[in-house]
Design a protein around this ligand. Sequence first.
Ligand SMILES: Cc1ncc(COP(=O)(O)O)c(C=O)c1O
Length: 463
Amino acid sequence: MYEQLQTDKNQINDIIDYFCNYSKEKLAHFDERDVGIKQIDFGIEPLSKNGIGLFNSLEKFKNRYEKYLSASMGARYFGFVTGGSTPAALIGDWISALYDNNVANLKESSSSHITLETLQLLKNLFGLHDAFDGVFVSGATMSNFVGLATARQWIGKHYAKDIANDGLQNLPEPINIYSASPHSSIYKSLSMLGLGKTSLKKVQTYKQSESIDIEDLKRHLEMQGNKPCIIVANCGTVNTVSFDNLKEISKLRKKYTFWLHVDAAFGGFARCSTKYRHLIENLEDADSITIDAHKWLNVPYDSAMHFTKHLRLQFEVFQNAAAYLDPDFSNDNYVHLTPENSQRMRALPVWFSLNAYGKKGYEEIVDRNCALAYSLGEKIKTSKKFILLHEVILNGVLFTLSKDNTTSQSINEFVSKIKETGKIFITPSLYKNQPCLRISISNWQTTQKDIEIAWETLNNTPC
Ligand SMILES: Cc1ncc(COP(=O)(O)O)c(C=O)c1O
């Protein structure tokens, strides 16, 4: 064995003790860490010839990179939709790396069964019935990709075509996708699927919202005639956290033929709360659903779920025929159900966290995060410096500077200054052509104290 490897193997107990203490020290001080950090020009170092060993690598990491890592796992990182990692999820992730099992190795390990059971627990958490099967993928983008890929296969069947086998060439009609406020990852997925970004036909939203205008959707479907199509419903959107009305969309099935994919990357967590569940009623009417785990479930990157009522079609798309693989269709033979062949035990951090905190734990996180978002929204309403652009829905706060001539540039400058404080991290956006700011609260650690710090920082930062 190579010398450095042998040394590290011999010292493994010391190494683990050291890293436990190192992790403890870091966890104790995460709260003091800057959430967004100005980066420097790191340059790229050449590959080491002999290797420097683990402890020297750690020293190097500390000197070169550690202080430039943001506290995105912390309580005041409000950019994008970013969750942290619960204590149980962190340990689950650690054990996942410790065993380093490949979920695709169906017959020789409990890893596939852990995955199957965890998906069952998640269906329970989100109130999804048994008609749904699930898989883990790397993120909501990949989950949207799986949903659209399977929908594409479903459309092929209507024309007696097997798109997975024969491609898109001989379809009699182009495939149309209808959506009002799709996440950018939907376009990315359409590009990857060879359907093209222009296959998405934008449906209007209601005036003061990002929700789909049902009458406009009907107009589009009327023009579509009896040709099958795909509807991507958004629950919720990244700016205003609007939810498409799934009940009304579902009713349209009586007259029109469509696949309903619901992107509920973070809005799906409204289902955990008796208070907010009404926002996403009828989720079970979907054909396929995207929900992210590395967002509000607060497990480490990279992890998301895809739920489907059409596992057989998903199998047709992702089947990976090879002599050394079990070829059978089953709901835990994941190598044939997802874009990835080999895959880590993404389920384990989720399994740990669901076991540790249960339904109530997640309801508490969602309710607390939302209450904090609403309280921040109320503060903004009374402010002279900011304007709330939309009533707060769930965990998202959308606002802008009240000064005249607010432009994307002035918003970006303000965001940079906020970032320099290191106290909070927020992201800029554009809502109905209005440059704006958005705060999304989805971390298990965030409390009222963090909102006070956020409010102080927003007010004390010049614009
Ligand atoms: C609604 C929605 N869909 C999809 C995505 C893409 O998620 P991921 O970055 O996990 O691929 C996001 C991420 O913010 C999102 O908010």
